[in-house]
Design a protein around this ligand. Sequence first.
Ligand code: SF4
Length: 378
Amino acid sequence: MTWGLYIHVPFCIRKCPYCDFYSVSDLSRQAEYVDALVAEMAMRARADAVFDTVYLGGGTPSVLTPSAVERILDAACKHFSILPDVEVTLEANPGTVTQKSLSACRSAGVNRLNIGVQSFNDANLAFLGRIHTANQAMAALQAAGRAGFENIGLDLIYGLPHQNENAWHADLSAAAAFSPPHISCYMLTFEPGTKMAADKDAGRFAPLSEERVSAMFVQAAEFLSGRGYQHYEISNFAAANKSRSRHNLKYWQNLPYLGLGPAAHSYTAPERFWNCRSVDTYISEISSGRKPTAETERLTDSQMMIEALYLGLRQAGGIDIPGFEGRFGVDFQEMFGPAAAPFINSGKMGLDAQCCRLTREGMLLLDTIAAELSEIIE
Ligand code: SF4
């Protein structure tokens, strides 16, 4: 079983109002952060794990200089056992890259770029508080190709207030025109504690109705499927099997991963732990020779079963029934069949001896359906 290595880069030039990932916009401690990260690698080196993905996420990893990226990747290769065909992803914000910086990251060992385009419409980008324009997004995609990246992911966000079907179609068409191997379409959500959630609650804008957002989900799935993309996970589309995000599949398929950096999470069944959510504490803990772990949790079988339901149903391939039964020692059909029946009868779900999966319509009800099935577990 191969592991994934996640590295959280907790810096952003400016905080986007919808975002609840941990990041700070004071970039002054970057060099100390990289020193601490390399020291954390030494602390968490483990002989029992072989890695086939490295994912620099954030935050905005592309604010790091290419030489910092190179130092991080060199240190990862020194402290961990990494397979030669490793997938190395860097999340890039179009407002922070040039062809030169991308070429240097490519030479440093990054072989997959995930570009946070979000929209090709400047008004949408302004609403989302992004630092880049539509032209910069297009320039970043072109620069990525010229820098030698073939494996490119392009992120879009939909469901903005005032966004209509035509505007969403324009974004999808603009994305597809670049033929990226991977496209993610994320529904705009209003996470508690974010500025955007507060603005919504204060009535500063009216969110789109659930029906219209759902229609946009279906629109994206139809549009991209019609252009040959596989809808392999609720928000993710791949041009081919090989262009699926190998790293993100680890999260959805119960595979182990080690997370480094502030707020990063790690998991190897049944244990999960996460680092402190503060750059300052992270640096000071590591300088004092301590691991920056905030908390460790041991999952019960019931908790793992609930997670397996949620994560399995997110994926087009669904829950692998023989795998689930082997792992938990239960009869899936006997346990969940009655609760699943109404969803199967209404065309939201399919269930046979091999798998339990949601239809496209069912994916819109993922949380409701997974919660109903989870109620049986105790
Ligand atoms: S750039 Fe990304 S990580 Fe940073 S605040 Fe915006 S959405 Fe969040």
